[in-house]
Design a protein around this ligand. Structure first.
Ligand SMILES: [Zn+2]
Length: 386
């Protein structure tokens, strides 16, 4: 459906420009009273990957950029562990709060302890453009902040779900544009929405909107660039490619100090095809590398950015579970992860066998960005936290 979809989008993009952005492009000056010098980007191999398919020697073939270009410049923790529930929302929420999150696995509840986004923004009195979560997993709408009285929506991250943003943009354009060929456009747009709207576990995937919505102009501007991107015949169309594109846009426009990026195509493993799972791992590896290169190309990021790369969790072993396809058994294979860090403040070409937990990431980020972490289960990674 490549060509027809693009045709539909070309027509849509033409009407969108006036419809979304009648007057001005977003040009608001950032009011950043105490914007730190340091930048931190946390990227997840979302969906979860098994150790044997990635950081174990037999898995290196699947993560060539990470093992041959990023890790040698940084620090590797091969003995990482995810504790707590092995759902996607639960594991990423543990990463951004430093504590296990026993909340709904499909994202209908916000994290119950403070997120790094809220604590960072509140302590430094920073605008929302300083903290972003960009997620391929569309159930992450409430990941940007807890609902705690002193924190919550006013201090949450800007959460962008690029697939969802594209879908709603197209829906809005189709429904307002009458005239010749409208049925045809609607049919094409619906097919495209279906293609983007997948949830690999087959049920329960919904979008939950937080009380803190993106500013109208920011949203319109990002939606427009997303459509323009999609309309380029050379543009790849996976969810993670969209997430990558949107992450670059946000870095270019706002240069936020804190970015958490969830790649999630790997979860296609639920369909049971090992080759698709490996293909998604390789794509994630490539996108992580391209993201790091992009950071080096921007003066606002070069030499002051720390990149942290970590799987959301593992996946089932062939023995305890039914193999790579799922992450339900809760066995060691489901929990074993690794972590690679590179950039500002990170010793080059080192590693430590010391066991760490994904919950250690949040307090580590707090030390890097100079804000006080709330009480949590994780501990700062001493090798990185300076
Ligand atoms: Zn899954």
């Amino acid at each position: 459906m490549g060509l027809p979809r693009r045709d539909a989008l070309r027509i849509l993009a033409a009407c969108m420009a006036d419809w979304w952005l009648p007057r001005s492009v977003y040009a608001q000056k950032l009011r950043a009273p105490k914007k730190p010098e340091r930048r931190v980007i946390v990227v997840t191999f979302g969906g979860g990957v098994r150790y044997e398919d990635t950081l174990a020697p037999e898995g290196w073939i699947n993560i060539p950029h990470l093992t041959s270009e990023i890790a040698p410049q940084g620090l590797v923790y091969p003995n990482g562990r995810h504790e707590g529930l092995t759902g996607h929302f639960n594991s990423t929420a543990a990463l951004v709060t430093g504590s296990r999150q026993n909340v709904d696995a499909y994202g209908s509840e916000a994290p119950v302890t403070p997120t790094i986004f809220e604590l960072f923004r509140k302590e430094h009195a920073l605008p929302p453009e300083e903290a972003w979560l960009i997620a391929t997993n569309k159930s992450f709408g409430l990941m940007g902040g807890s609902k705690l009285r002193a924190l919550g929506d006013p201090y949450s991250a800007n959460v962008v779900l690029p697939k969802q943003m594209l879908i709603s943009t197209i829906k809005a354009a189709v429904s307002t544009e009458a005239g010749p060929g409208v049925e045809n456009r609607q049919a094409l747009a619906e097919r495209m929405m279906l293609a983007l709207d997948e949830g690999y576990e087959g049920f329960g995937w919904r979008v939950f909107e937080s009380g803190r919505l993106l500013g109208a102009e920011v949203k319109a501007s990002l939606a427009k660039s997303l459509l323009a991107y999609f309309n380029d015949p050379a543009a790849p169309t996976s969810g993670d490619e969209l997430t990558f594109f949107m992450t670059k846009e946000i870095m270019n426009r706002f240069a936020p100090s804190l970015l958490v990026v969830n790649f999630w195509d790997i979860d296609i493993a639920h369909y049971g095809a090992y080759s698709l799972y490996l293909e998604a791992i390789r794509r994630t590896d490539r996108l992580v590398h391209e993201l790091w290169q992009h950071a080096q190309s921007l003066p606002q990021y070069r030499d002051r950015t720390t990149l942290i790369v970590v799987p959301e969790m593992g996946r089932d072993s062939d023995i305890a579970g039914n193999g790579f396809a799922n992450h339900r058994s809760g066995d060691e294979s489901c929990r074993r992860v690794w972590l690679v860090a590179v950039g500002a403040g990170v010793p080059r070409g080192t590693g430590t066998e010391r066991p760490i937990r994904t919950m250690d990431v949040a307090p580590t980020v707090a030390q890097m960005l100079g804000f006080k972490m709330a009480d949590c289960e994780g501990r700062p990674l001493a090798e990185l936290a300076f």
